[in-house]
Design a protein around this ligand. Structure first.
Ligand code: HEC
Ligand code: HEC
Length: 336
């Protein structure tokens, strides 16, 4: 019986259905027991003192074949009534009850996540997840670092090939942060302060408030600005003011890296095409700060102007590789 009471209690705020079924089934059982079953009246021999069990008088054959048999059959009916009522109804209602509990746990997560978000994330990403900004970790670089809007992160990454599970991508980003950017790591295992359960709650909250709409961006915002200004406002935070590299690779010999050779106009055009493609679509390397896509932020003219700017400071015979993920400290940058 204790097991059944636990089931009944489990109903708690999740609805009293199992309790009602249980009481109903028990009532049906009691009626069956007392009206037609063995509880109807007392029959059979009295207990007799010290006579060993095997020697005691018992029912007569006649009684065993009539009332005795009826009694056994009545028990059967009573138990059959009980299980035919209780078990199917329980089976019908239990999944709904479980779903309701799961919903409740989820709502609790979302609530907890909301509180954690406003405590730890809102200062950069905005109280309503609409996005914001943070100062550059390198104080010498005077370009504020945009903290993306998070109320549409699912829509933003839906068609990005390297991210096949946005929910996991969100969790990983919160847990590990993005080295070199202002986005801190929050997982305890990564030096942060939040447990897996708390990270899950924050993610549940973010996923619960998705608008599904992409930001309205002004594709003409940088129309007419110089390539240098466009680079300063959009690229310098990751690639350095002069293209010397930071969390993004250095771009000082970008053209050389992609096979541009002096006097060969085609080879320059090919390198520009790589740059254009990267700028329009962004590039996501799992586990690293991604290069965001600028296709919706910069007009075609602005993109050409920024590539002109990159081309203007090219060096040859420079470092061969991009030095992706440079050390954020200014001292280390000087060594590059
Ligand atoms: C100090 C500012 C700051 C705080 C605090 C902060 N973030 Fe961020 N976050 C950023 C910045 C800046 C980026 C963008 C990094 C980049 O350019 O790759 C970012 C990126 C992200 C991304 C990836 C967005 C994308 O579009 O790729 C997620 C998800 C995220 N943050 C969630 C959180 C959550 C959740 C919290 C709180 C637990 C939090 N952040 C706290 C600054 C912050
Ligand atoms: C949030 C950081 C970030 C911002 C902002 C950013 N980039 Fe990048 N960029 C990267 C990273 C990281 C890579 C390298 C990805 C990889 O590993 O392939 C990259 C790669 C590139 C490349 C290709 C380099 C190569 O060697 O293949 C070009 C060109 C480039 N970025 C130009 C730009 C321009 C122009 C802007 C501004 C309009 C910009 N980036 C803004 C992070 C950034």
């Amino acid at each position: 019986m204790p097991g059944l009471f636990i089931l009944a209690e489990g109903g708690g705020s999740g609805g009293n259905a199992p309790m009602v079924i249980l009481v109903g089934a028990l009532a049906a059982f009691a009626i069956a027991y007392f009206v037609v079953g063995p509880g109807r009246r007392r029959r059979g021999p009295r207990r007799i003192g010290d006579i060993p069990l095997s020697m005691r008088p018992y029912h007569s054959d006649e009684e065993l074949e009539t009332t005795g048999m009826e009694r056994a059959m009545a028990w059967g009916v009573a138990l059959a009534v009980f299980s035919s009522l209780f078990l199917p109804l329980y089976w019908l209602i239990e999944p709904g009850r479980i779903n309701q509990r799961v919903d409740e746990f989820y709502q609790q997560d979302v609530q907890a996540g909301r509180a954690l978000f406003s405590e730890a994330c809102a200062s950069c990403h905005g109280e309503n997840l609409g996005g914001g900004s943070a100062p550059h970790p390198n104080q010498e670089i005077d370009a504020p670092w945009p903290a993306p809007s998070l109320d549409n992160i699912v829509a933003r990454y839906q068609d990005v090939e390297v991210v096949d599970d946005v929910a996991e991508f969100i969790y990983d980003t919160i847990e590990k942060g993005r080295a070199g950017t202002p986005m801190p790591a929050f997982g305890v295992g990564e030096g942060g302060q939040y447990s897996d359960a708390q990270l899950n709650a924050i993610r549940a909250y973010i996923l619960a408030v998705q608008t599904g709409e992409l930001d309205q961006v002004d594709g003409q915002a940088f129309e007419g600005a110089s390539g240098e200004d466009i680079f300063g406002a959009n690229c310098a935070r990751c690639h350095g003011q002069g293209g010397e590299g930071y969390v993004g690779p250095q771009l000082l010999n970008f053209f050389e890296r992609y096979g541009a050779v002096d006097g060969d106009a085609d080879s320059f055009e090919q390198a520009r095409a790589v740059a254009r493609d990267t700028i329009v679509n962004g590039r996501l390397v799992p586990g690293k700060a991604p290069m965001p896509p600028f296709g919706r932020v910069l007009s075609d003219d602005a993109i050409e102007a920024v590539i002109d700017h990159i081309e203007s400071y090219q060096e040859t015979g420079g470092p061969r590789y991009g030095q992706i993920g440079g050390d954020p400290s200014p001292a280390a940058e000087d060594d590059n």
